[in-house]
Design a protein around this ligand. Structure first.
Ligand code: PRT
Ligand code: ZN
Length: 287
């Protein structure tokens, strides 16, 4: 019997698509994308891609038409879906926020009591405000939410914000965050064992890529007398590697450091006597 492919739904074109495809390519999965293609099969991994509108992805996974999907948490959480979130993907980060006209005085959430709010996310907006005991009327609109106050449709909006530029150019200010979002990998609740095994393989690869993205490989030279101090700053995967240089009294130290505290560690290394520091990206990191 021919072995089964796992089927994954990704956004055809939009803010999720480029990073989604980049991630699967970084996982070593080869496939063709782009153009008007709605479906493609990988040549070296048992996976088939469906290219869809993002809003349709959770429903396809819930119904089992697709086994997996990449979707923004904001879209996923707006409608309760019977799917499993199997991985946070760390891209397409944004927030769902309440915003009001810039010249309005804002105190706290009680400002919204009895107000009309335009949003594409009525469920998340209502649930957030109801939890604070605040009653509002939401008006669901599917796009250009930010113009609602200026045309008199609503007194406030609840919309996705990334840089804040759209709010600013529409004379609005962000006053409260309702929900923080990022892209997630979702899976059907009813994967057969064969598909579960493919998903496990895929998750292992995604973990390796993500670990690599969160770390840097550092190579530096140091005097033997400075090694103890430098070693104390470098965790490495197990411990830093220390190798003698051709010049006596000097060593080369290799280590892996986290992207988060990268600059703090580099500064401390320089103060501890590190010279000729090289920093290299890590493509994948397998523990
Ligand atoms: O065509 P399709 O239905 O597939 O796509 P879409 O137009 O519905 O979605 P798309 O591609 O715009 O967004 C897909 C997902 O990307 C969203 O569901 C979010 O999870 C995530 N994301 C990240 C964003 C943003 N950043 C974002 N900035 N989604 C929308 N925006 C919009 C926002 O609605 C507002 O109009 O950008 C504007 C605000 O951006 P700033 O940078 O000016 O604050
Ligand atoms: Zn959409």
């Amino acid at each position: 019997m021919e072995s089964e492919n796992i089927r994954i739904a990704v956004q055809k074109s939009g803010r999720l698509s480029e990073e989604s495809l980049k991630l699967f390519k970084a996982c070593g999965i080869k496939f063709e994308s782009g153009g008007s293609k709605l479906k493609t099969v990988s040549s070296n991994f048992p996976i088939e891609f469906l290219f869809l509108r993002d809003d349709d992805i959770p429903g396809y996974v819930e119904d089992g038409v697709a086994d997996l999907g990449v979707i923004g948490e904001n879209v996923l959480m707006e409608h309760i879906r019977q799917v499993n979130v199997v991985k946070e993907l760390g891209f397409s980060k944004c927030r769902l926020s309440l915003a009001i006209p810039r010249n309005e005085q804002y105190t706290d959430l009680s400002y919204f009591e009895g107000k009309n709010i335009a949003t594409s996310y009525p469920n998340l907006t209502n649930a957030f405000l109801a939890k604070q005991g605040i009653n509002v009327t939401t008006h669901e609109i599917s796009g250009s939410v930010e113009i609602a106050p200026s045309i008199g449709l609503a007194e406030a909006i609840c919309d996705i914000v990334s840089t804040g530029g759209t709010l600013l150019s529409n004379g609005l200010k962000e006053v409260a965050t309702v929900f923080q979002s990022q892209a997630v990998l979702i899976a059907s609740k009813e994967l057969n064992p064969e598909k579960q095994a493919i998903l496990d393989k895929l998750l292992f690869r995604i973990d390796s890529v993500q670990r690599g993205q969160n770390a840097k490989y550092v190579v530096l030279n140091a005097k033997e007398s400075d090694v103890a101090n430098i070693k104390a700053l470098l965790p490495g995967m197990k411990a830093p590697s220390i190798m003698p240089l051709a010049e006596s009294g000097w060593v080369s130290i290799h280590s892996v450091i986290s992207e988060n505290d990268f600059w703090d560690i580099i500064e401390a290394l320089r103060e501890a006597g590190a010279k000729g520091i090289l920093v290299l990206p890590i493509e994948k990191m397998i523990l």
